[in-house]
Write a protein that binds this ligand. Structure first.
Ligand code: OOB
Length: 557
């Protein structure tokens, strides 16, 4: 059984949609058309570099259309969903573009995801296909995809990048060029997806339970990309290094890979931000712009301080976001790396804030910037929903032309995260300065932000309860020098029993949970503190772990 994706989505009200069109935010074009336009303008310019592979815009457009048609020939139809779990590489970029062109909806899974996440996402999205690498770091993704297909009848097609087994489809064959693509192009143009239809599914950062799917339409995502390209000053001379997992909104579209391809710049794809390789790529390709989470920015700063390398001479701008960048690290970016820092406070659900390249140092180093679009609405409210004055931290609410009004098929989550008039509550505690810049002060959502990767506390707790001897479980963030936060688990156990961290880690691994979600520290206590209404008091637990870590640290000295 398949169903139409629009059934599970929440459209913008018609009057607002009309306004977004009238103001030119929504251009009523499918995402693939922007690539064709760049290819017409700059056919011989290099679009994508991945190791020895260098694709010009003409080649990119040719392969995008060739691949779109081959996906349709495999039996996929417009509006079908495909799970995409690929590392950063030319294959990821091309498959994504081909999907946009054919109206097939990619579900942006992470390379780190395992059976547990993928089976949930495949079923929720009713995906008919999955694209995986063959093997990465000894993990057999192809075998995992086959297991998924064996248990989910709707999942019929397995695309494999690298070495595909006989019954699977080799992704590189789908992405191969065509000698003459003109007839294909005409057919695809004639069947172009509606600009209001979903272009892709992003994954939510995980506030409650399993990840939710965020429907992004062609219109809204194109505007996200264009609006982000302005404050980051993207032009056809931009050379972008993408090292964060490309299925994240930040490196994909803020302005990211897609923004650079829209503008005719060059995208360098690297599967890891490891400084030695990243710096070499920056030097080799003359990279001008890159994107990092704070932990990566810190590693790059340390590496540069250790080596005093001259490899970063061309790097003009480093965007940092995904979690709070400490002011002390922010202040080192320009002096050490020589690049202007752009702080980015964004979310896959929409709203993107950035500092501007010509902002005063104080704004760049101590704030997370302001919305990229004049049409972004932001409110800071107290617990009763009353607007707060500037300078007083409160919960952020937002809506606008690229902030969808609901998750896909998630009425309960929608009731929690969206107000009836369409405001999205991200769960961040934010202060707005009189100059309009936002400072992220904390959050009131039950999530752990591990170096930019989001972990839902509830998701982990429900898994830990599968251990019979665990009576209570609370997953919290513990402070960490490198990643900002790591996952710490507090539990109580049945009298006379023992539960170890290894046992919990082992269970989660066997369940097929992404490695970044596996608890790294365990505290077994007799009782968990509770609030007046009887909920586990996580604030007390966070204070407790901070104390324990401080005590352990001072003992160690
Ligand atoms: C980005 O997107 P998500 O969906 O993975 O996570 C969104 C959440 C925000 O609600 C906030 O809690 C946190 O990540 N966050 C930050 C931050 N940027 C994101 N917290 C503090 N300071 C920042 N600069 O993380 C994302 C999407 C697009 C662009 C940039 C980041």
């Amino acid at each position: 059984m398949t169903s139409h994706t629009s059934e599970g989505t929440t459209p913008w009200p018609a009057d607002l949609a009309a306004e977004f069109r009238a103001k030119g935010y929504w251009e009523d074009r499918a995402l693939g058309s922007y690539i064709l336009e760049t290819a017409d303008r700059l056919p011989h310019k290099i679009a994508i570099v991945d190791g020895d592979v260098r694709l010009t815009y003409a080649e990119l457009a040719n392969r995008m259309d060739a691949a779109a048609e081959r996906l349709l020939q495999l039996g996929l139809k417009a509006d079908d969903r495909i799970m995409v779990q690929l590392p950063n590489g030319w294959q990821f970029a091309l498959l994504t573009l081909a999907c946009f062109r054919a109206g097939i909806i990619p579900v942006m899974a992470l390379p780190a995801h395992r059976q547990y996440e993928l089976s949930f996402l495949t079923e929720l999205s009713e995906s008919r296909a999955i694209a995986v690498p063959d093997v990465i770091k000894d993990f057999d993704h192809q075998a995992m995809a086959e297991e998924l297909a064996a248990s989910i009848p709707a999942l019929e097609i397995i695309l494999v990048s690298g070495t595909a087994k006989p019954l699977n489809v080799r992704l590189e064959e789908i992405l191969a060029p065509l000698k003459d693509v003109s007839a294909t192009r005409a057919r695809l143009d004639a069947a172009a997806p509606s600009p209001d239809s979903p272009a892709l599914f992003l994954l939510s950062g995980g506030t409650t339970g399993l990840p939710k799917l965020i429907t992004r339409t062609h219109n809204d995502y194109a505007y996200n990309i264009k609006a982000c390209s302005i404050p980051t000053a993207v032009t056809e001379d931009t050379v972008y290094l993408g090292t964060l997992p490309a299925s994240h909104n930040f490196p994909l579209a803020c302005p990211g890979i897609l923004g650079i391809l829209f503008a005719g710049g060059r995208v360098i794809m690297l599967p890891s931000p490891e400084p030695r390789k990243a710096f070499a790529a920056i030097e080799r390709e003359g990279v001008t712009l890159s994107t990092a989470v704070p932990a990566v920015a810190q590693r790059w700063i340390e590496y540069q301080q250790e080596t005093g390398s001259s490899q970063l001479a061309t790097l003009e701008v480093l965007q940092v976001g995904g979690s709070r960048l400490p002011d002390e690290i922010a202040r080192k970016v320009k002096p050490v790396l020589g690049a202007t820092l752009q702080q980015v406070f964004g979310m896959a659900e929409g709203l993107i804030n950035t500092t501007r390249l010509n902002d005063p140092e104080d704004v760049i180093c101590t704030t997370q910037g302001r919305p990229v679009s004049e049409a972004d609405e932001v409110r800071i409210v107290d617990e009763s929903g009353k607007d707060l004055p500037d300078g007083v931290p409160g919960s952020i609410l937002t809506r606008g032309p690229y902030t969808p009004r609901g998750y896909y098929r998630a009425p309960e989550a929608n009731a929690r995260a969206f107000t009836p008039d369409g405001w999205y509550a991200s769960g961040d505690i934010v202060e707005r300065r009189p100059d309009g810049n936002l400072i992220v002060q904390g959050r009131d959502k039950d999530m752990i932000n591990r170096g930019g990767e989001k972990i839902s506390a509830e998701e982990i707790e429900s898994l830990v309860y599968r251990i019979e001897d665990v009576t209570m479980a609370a997953a919290i963030a513990m402070p960490d020098q490198v990643l900002g936060e790591r996952l710490c688990l507090y539990i109580t156990v049945k009298p006379g029993t023992e539960v170890t961290l290894e046992q919990i880690q082992d269970l989660l691994r066997r369940t097929g949970v992404a490695a970044f979600k596996i608890p790294e520290h365990l505290v077994v206590v007799d009782e968990l503190p509770t609030t007046k209404v009887g909920k586990i008091n996580k604030k007390d637990l966070r204070a407790d772990i901070a104390e324990r870590l401080a005590a352990a640290g001072s003992q160690g000295k």
